[in-house]
Design a protein. Sequence first.
Length: 380
Amino acid sequence: MTSSEPNNESNDQMDKNATHNNHPTTKSDNNHNNNNNSQSPSDIEFAITLDNVPRLQRALEKQELDSEKLDDGKQSVSCEDVFEMAVRRAKVQICKYCLKQDPSIDVNKTFPSFKNSNALMQSIKTKTTTDKELYKLLLEHGADPRRGDHYFTPIQKAITNQDLELIDTLVDAGVNLEEEDQNQAQRGTALWFALHMNCFQSFAHLVKLGANVNAKRKGKSLLHYISEHREIKQGSKVVKLLVENHADLEAKDDRGMTPFLHAADYGRLDIMRALKDAGANCKVTYSQDKNALAVCVDSAHAIHHLDAVEYVLKLDLDDTEALRALQNMVDKVGGVAYKKMGTLFVKHGKKISVPTSGSDENSGDGNEMSTITNESDKQE
């Protein structure tokens, strides 16, 4: 594995002050330290740390000569070993040298020192350690842009790193943005993953690249999913961006709910406003003609978000099903939450009997229930 030594040895000046104690150590160091005539693997690793090809060449040549002289049966450091160490340290010049010296190196191999990941995933591990020159080198030498580890794919790492240039590079290398995640988590397409991880910058860039804004996962569209994910910091902006790029405002999930009904179900005032402003049908119904008001009453989420319920009350929707369901819950279930919702309905002129604070709210005993009603009931 020797070759002619390049003339450029600018990094060699650093060697003059280097001592053996300064060298990084490896697991194999102890196997060689007892033999003073053998080139220590730490010298090779030190050359890698410096990203110094000439020094590496000398260390490898010395290793080969010593191995021939001693014939001690000890395993020498291979070109693949050097490549693995160089990738881990993001030493591009050493990686180039190894790939040129040994074209048989499998850049898609899973290395134990990478925690069972491959070289490409190692090169884009975090936003601060991503090395553009290195990942482009690996892709040029056959790295699979779709192959990740047990947790993420390369495009998913690019998304979480909010690295737009890396996203572009992977797409140019053949990554299909509509391909669904095959890892155990099964987090959908790249666009779904970006929304799930709350990476708005990456999300917007993927939309710009033409990712399908109407892709469904588990029967729901992205416009449905926004309401479920309260951690999304810019939900209204996401709605606007999706609609501007032709997302279907009236898409139905497996239950027949549109995004607006789904937002009502989750008590998402911000999302309902954004959808209404975008032109969503607020009077739409689903199973048994339930509208957004009836959905709020039946929801375990909306009952704790009365600002959203009040917004729906102001939409002047048919209240027949909602009043029937709410009165039933007040009478049979009781509880502070349903009393508050009932009081809100009364405030907006709805005909419903709600227990006062003096009654047993949890008993459901209608005989002892004092009620508050709207003004029209009192006049009757």
